[in-house]
Design a binder for this molecule. Sequence first.
Ligand code: SF4
Length: 463
Amino acid sequence: MSEAVRSLGTYYLQTYGCQMNEYDSELISWMLEQMHYAPTDDPATADIAVFNTCCIRDNADQKVYGRLGEFKGFKRDNPNQVLAVSGCLAQKDGEEFLQRFSQVDVVVGTHNLTEVPDLVQRVQRGEGRFVRVERVGDSFSLLANPRNTHSAMVTISMGCDQWCTFCIVPYVRGKLKSRPLEQVVSEVKRVVREGRREVMLLGQNVNDYGRDLTPKKDFGDIIRALKGTPGLDRLRFMSPHPAYFTQSVIDALADNPATCGGIHLPVQSGDDEVLKRMRRKYTSAEFLDLVARMRAAIPDLSLSTDIIVGFPGETEEQFQNTLELVRQARFRNAFMFSYSPRPGTPGNLFTDQVPEEVKSDRLQRLIALQNEIAVEENRMLEGQTIEIMVEGRSKKDATRLTGRGRCGRLTHFQCEEDLTGRLARVRIQKAFVWGFQGELEACESRLGEWSLVPPAPSIPVVA
Ligand code: SF4
């Protein structure tokens, strides 16, 4: 917000869940700043507090409910505070939020986010409490967060038609709705013109894009249309579905130099029977074949994944098949979870739920294996130099900067100068499960101009 504009007050925003929610939160904060509210880390004194929620996993619900309790106290001391709940959980529970929590003023579902400013102002004028969860008003014409000067997220589709039996997304986000290709391309070009060098294309099932458009399009069309966009250094996307990775999409990614090799490819299980019950539409052999084709086409491919253990009916033997797939696929990183039944999904109705202690034991064994693989994979880069985009200061150590390689790995290095938004070449000194600690060799002094710090030997950039 411009310093010349006097702030009307402060807002506190807490985000739960996935990348889509992060994006929605960017929109919410941008809208609140347009209302001349400034961000604060202090929930007790904020004039507006927003919980952007997720209901994909049970503990996310519980965290939100628990945290809302604290706001009852804040509101006693700060009675003009407006408390809003948005996102998936708001979509799912709707009116129930107002009944259960007297401190909540506004409930806004995933399709009505742009109504937040109006509803907050109506509460401030004393017009009552409001719920908006109708499935209308989806808007793709949203600006990326102006505070992030180097990276932008651009939504290409909303919703999902896959109905995986463990997932609540299609129930709360609705059916696939793709944004016209021309709109996506022109928004990417606009954010790049404004200085963003990295773009993340977002969708619940990003590579199912365009099936609902007339004429039909596919995800490869976007990647091809963005090839050669001046200033677009890094192109990422989240989240694809393995069953929709056609050869044409792989070829389009391989042919666009901006494509980053760090790709997230959620496998969920390595057992064919479990995959079938999850309604995932691929077998473990098909998944591994896809990984091999992607590695052949994209030489710097570095995969991360999602895995659920203890899906209903999963036997020890079936779990072993997941471990075997993990050994073969060699993911750089994995988000690993115990299955948590979500009310309203078919998985919740399966009667052969796996006991909690079995799930927890399997999860520990999976994490131990995946951590071993991640460190082995990361150690292969020790002593080499990677090009990272600097994201800012490390939250744990202000003397260090942090950023990501094209492979998606987090890298920390010591640096006094703030290089946020610039590219830097960093020599990997030590590999960890989460990424690297390195030493700065060179950085851009200005966009596209490199200087060595200090004069460094020329080591090839590998990731
Ligand atoms: S494809 Fe992804 S978002 Fe869609 S139902 Fe399956 S897990 Fe959920």
